[in-house]
Design a protein around this ligand. Sequence first.
Ligand SMILES: [Zn+2]
Length: 429
Amino acid sequence: MSQQKVFEYGKVKIKLYGGIDEIGGNCIVIEDKNRKIVFDNGIRFSIIRKFYGGRIEPLGPSELRIIGAIPPLEIFQNVSTLYISHFHLDHIGLLSSIPSEVCIKVPSISILERTLASWYKRPGNWLAYVPPDYTNKIEEISLKKEDENNVIAIPVSHSCFPSYSFLYNGDEIKIFYSGDLRFEPLTNICSKLNEIVSSVGIDKVDVAIIEGTNFTTEFTPITTSMFRDYILLLLRKYEFVSISIDPLDLEAFVAILELSSIVDRNLVISSERLLWTIEEIEKIKPEFLDKIYISEELEVPTPLLLKNISLVNDVFKNPRNYVIIIEPIGLLQIIRKLKIWKENLNLVNSIVILMDPEPRESIKEVEEGVLRTWLKTFGIQTIRLRLSGHYLPHQFFDIIETLKPKNLIPIHTEESDLMNKLFKSNLKI
Ligand SMILES: [Zn+2]
């Protein structure tokens, strides 16, 4: 893949190898005097969708490089550090294919091990290249303080935890890179962008590389307060409620936990991929631990401090006492098992709320149509709640106001021209 775009500001060069006029695949190289660093190493799903489908899967990093789905190897020449903003595949990419002399800084080593590294370890699958293979030096991003490359990591709200924006504080230039972000967090485990930015002492930047995912959406995402109101309403109205979330979305998990406790419902974790959240809840919201159960049907050892519960024998008998939290593939597995166990299970006045990510930014693991067909066989209704992991278009000016950039580089968007026009119109005001 050839380099997509170069921006020069004095002696500093910003080279973009992915994420220009497309959603995802971000890869930004910053060259300043003798320093060369990279932000994100994303997989370009716009390319993946063109070359693969059904049983045609990528063979591995070499093939993906040839077709331009991951950044070229040459860009890592003389790079000291690769910074990963968060663990979504369109940002983390295939870490085990990064040259061994590059130090990789990740948001959390322990969360990486408990999530992607354990989910994708199956050999023969191209996703087994996602976690680093430990020939590289792996470090955890240090929070809110400048590191040896003059980079400050700023924790932000997104549908993946933890997520960061980065500030490169060079001698001549300050460059902000958003990663993916929500302006308004879902819960208090993250702060609002303007508050966190001022808490690290940033009042203005020279260049802002900002995502613009939501400038092109077929469906309008809801705001965080609409999300809370709507979930509460559904929890009050329906008997059985199951919510499917992105398994990396700790913020959504915590929000649902808080809302469930308002209506006196306990949370039942029914996907193995969500078990990593327990350790985090223990740190950030220990008071909620006694409201969480693990579904017995998962057949996994129950983490310390938690209780088991049977979906079939307890939850479906008293559905109003519980909310099931699950990711789509897990939901489909349980539903199929139920069909075998209990043909006549009555789940009318039940709802499944889908709020997992859009396929543009990840791999679709379950066809939504297929899921709906299975659910319908039990009389379960399905709704998709479009809560976005990204800021909403009307918040663009709030971000500009927060960062006061002299220059804008839109990324992770199909609407760069529109963003540039909006930015220029704001400058004139
Ligand atoms: Zn993301």
